[in-house]
Design a protein around this ligand. Sequence first.
Ligand code: TPP
Ligand code: MG
Length: 312
Amino acid sequence: MNLSELQASMLRIRLVEESIANKYSEQKMRCPTHLSIGQEAIAVGVCSNLTNEDQVLSSHRAHAHYLAKGGCLNSMLAEIYGKVTGCSKGMGGSMHLIDKSVGFMGSTAIVGNTIPVAVGSALAMKIQEKKLISCVFFGDGATEEGVFYESINFAIIHNLPVLFICENNLYSVYSGLEVRQPKGRKIFEMVRAFGIESSHGDGNNVQQVSDYVELARDKILSGNGPQFLEFDTYRWREHCGPNYDNDIGYREEEEFLEWKKKDPLKDIFENKDLDLVKVLFNKFNAEIQQAHHFADNSEFPSDKDFQQIINS
Ligand SMILES: Cc1ncc(C[n+]2csc(CCOP(=O)(O)OP(=O)(O)O)c2C)c(N)n1
Ligand SMILES: [Mg+2]
């Protein structure tokens, strides 16, 4: 993808999430939603370097990853509306997205628990001698889970084709890194000491993310083993939900404003070619409106649908 395509993909994701935030108070979307607004460049920079068959796993903050990998928008919104046309038949909600047709293998609510699943996928790829990679997105908070360490170790020992992407947005819910990890620790340096190649970059610079991932994927497929990339970024809205929460005391408005200046989409908003920007806005907004309409007008799962899941 060239830079304009990367930017367009980020804009589409931003508009989808803003539409969710704007419509959330209608009370039709009743599941918790963790928005990635402000973090779009990582999802897009990573997924633009993956093939359809490369596999992605994600966490509770999954919308951007799902969409960047090509996941169906109708199915995602229907899932958030709790409808049977959703990608988890309306029974999983925002944190349980899946679209296997594009290699998006799932997201879950338990912090860290898709990391070993991605490693397992990579093991299967290796056994089947596929020239593919498995990629897992997780936050800085997930690096505090035991399974993170076990999974990285296993991937190194077995030389597995897996790409670990840590989105460091400084917070785990309302706790900053300073109360969770020792002063001066750098996550990418810590994991490098385990014996995995590891780098660190600007997660709000989509071109940089893309360049890092292109290189990392090449290294994995050339047999250099798993790779770890940590990207700095910032979530703009509250941990869970559509609102801003800078007033509740765990972080400062000034910090948010500083990060807002580094908006990954700023080049689009400052683009002098207003006609082009307008075309993109109109195109994406029409698609998004249609997807909300589809979700809103779909059926809720029936008792029979629930029974089928229970019996399966
Ligand atoms: C095992 C587990 N512990 C705690 C939680 C509650 N929880 C949900 S999201 C979250 C924060 C995770 O932070 P991070 O991994 O940095 O992701 P971010 O929300 O910042 O994107 C926590 C602690 C959980 N879902 N699972
Ligand atoms: Mg975090």
